[in-house]
Write a new protein. Structure first.
Length: 397
């Protein structure tokens, strides 16, 4: 595992600590839908409170595009965090500026302050040096616990880390790195990698990097149709990215060289139009009519994928098996989530990489070894690339 400095390795007692969290939770009309990302940050916050640190918290929420978007204010998050902690969380409706400087200065030992959405400032995404300076001047220590944005070179995730001499990872960041590292360090065999969703391009480097570890590559979701089409199977109007055919061909050779079994769907749920209550049918994978598209894996595929998953000793899954936002096309994804739960019960190492896939797990009493808070970040981690934010937290001699 990458040797990382933990918040517990450094002295934060009584100090002003600037912390980056990933409080990117769904909010509708000011009401928070699912607060699991807030709960995941609590151990670090509670540790800092216990150390009587003066805690200045930053996070992004969604993509406001570098300007103030009222519905994306972090004010409801300050309230919810206050409820979860049983302690006041002060809030300023600015990310930098005089109000922020004063609020940070006024913090007493163990008190908490949340700054406004970092992405209300254009300078966040461009890692602007003046913006970085303003943030860094608020505190003497920097803690990054935002694994979900660890692949971003933004001001609050990267620039500030460089600007601040004392820096460390929060407890969630450490837990994420520790768990995902298990997949890259002698994972128990057989190892099944399950990928789904629409964007094949972002997942190709993961397959390449993991090829010599994995025994099975299970592909579902929209991505599967590019693999099928490339092999000459008719897929009707399903999602296909022909520009990636050369990459798929190259991948097939890599998989063959590494003795990896490529497992594709046997059947599909198809429809002419995506929407709730539309007509749909189940067909064998080679029998999708030209005007129809595959929107979920079918029952034979669920059974097939499940049988492989429950026999695996290591499983990593990212990406839905179908257009899971539109029921009943969520069935395949939910069934794969259940199979992951069964594999966990059998003692296997089961890890799900955030993003959309976590929605199939939560609230369903499905146990996993680890549910990552970062979709894009966990995929990037598994490509073997060093994530910019994590590289800044490495132990220094
Ligand atoms: P990704 O960001 O690559 O993980 O893709 C997630 C998206 O893939 C979700 O919004 C799903 O609706 C979409 N998706 C999954 N399966 C299909 C499919 N068969 N056809 C079209 N989109 C799909």
């Amino acid at each position: 595992m990458i040797p990382i400095t933990s918040v517990q390795d450094i002295d934060v007692r009584g100090k002003r600590v600037l912390c980056r969290f990933d409080f990117n939770v769904p909010i509708k009309d000011g009401i928070i839908g699912d607060d699991w990302r807030l709960k995941a940050a609590l151990p670090t916050i509670q540790y800092l409170i216990g150390q009587k640190a003066r805690i200045i918290m930053m996070s992004h929420l969604d993509r406001p595009g570098g300007k103030r978007v009222e519905k994306l204010t972090l004010a409801p998050i300050a309230m919810r965090l206050g409820e979860l902690l049983g302690k006041e969380v002060k809030f300023v409706d600015e990310t930098v500026g005089q109000k922020v400087v004063e609020a940070a200065k006024d913090l007493k030992e163990g008190e908490l302050l949340l700054l406004e959405n970092t992405r209300f400032q254009q300078e966040e995404n461009t890692n602007d040096s003046e913006f970085v300076e303003k943030l860094a001047s608020l505190a003497t220590v920097y803690i990054n616990d935002a694994f979900g944005t660890a692949h971003r070179k933004h001001a609050s995730t990267y620039g500030v880390a460089i600007a601040m001499k004392e820096r460390a990872a929060g407890l969630l960041m450490l837990k994420e790195v520790e768990n995902l590292s298990k997949l890259l360090m002698d994972p128990p065999a057989p190892f099944s990698l399950i990928l789904g969703g629409a964007k094949l391009k972002t997942k190709i480097p993961v397959i390449k990097n993991l090829a010599h570890f994995i025994d099975n590559l299970i592909i579902g979701g929209g991505m599967a149709f590019s693999f099928l089409r490339e092999k000459g199977v008719p897929v009707g109007d399903s999602l296909v990215d022909e520009t990636l055919f050369p990459d798929i061909e190259a991948l097939r050779s890599i998989l063959e060289e590494n003795n990896v079994r490529l497992i594709l769907p046997l059947d599909a749920v198809i429809t002419e139009e995506i929407g709730e209550g539309v007509d749909c049918e189940v067909v064998d994978i080679g029998s999708i009519p030209s005007a129809w598209k595959g929107v979920d894996i079918g029952p034979a595929t669920i059974e097939y994928f499940t049988s492989v998953i429950i026999k695996s000793k290591t499983v990593f899954w990212n990406g839905p098996m179908g257009v899971f936002e539109v029921p009943p096309f969520d069935k395949g994804t939910l069934e794969i989530a259940k199979a992951m739960g069964k594999a966990t019960e059998r003692g296997s190492l089961t890890i799900v990489g955030g993003g959309d896939t976590d929605k199939a797990i939560k609230g369903r009493h499905i146990e996993l070894s680890h549910l990552s808070t970062g979709g894009g970040a966990s995929l990037r981690f598994l490509t073997g690339e060093e994530l910019p934010a994590i590289s800044m937290l490495k132990k220094r001699r």
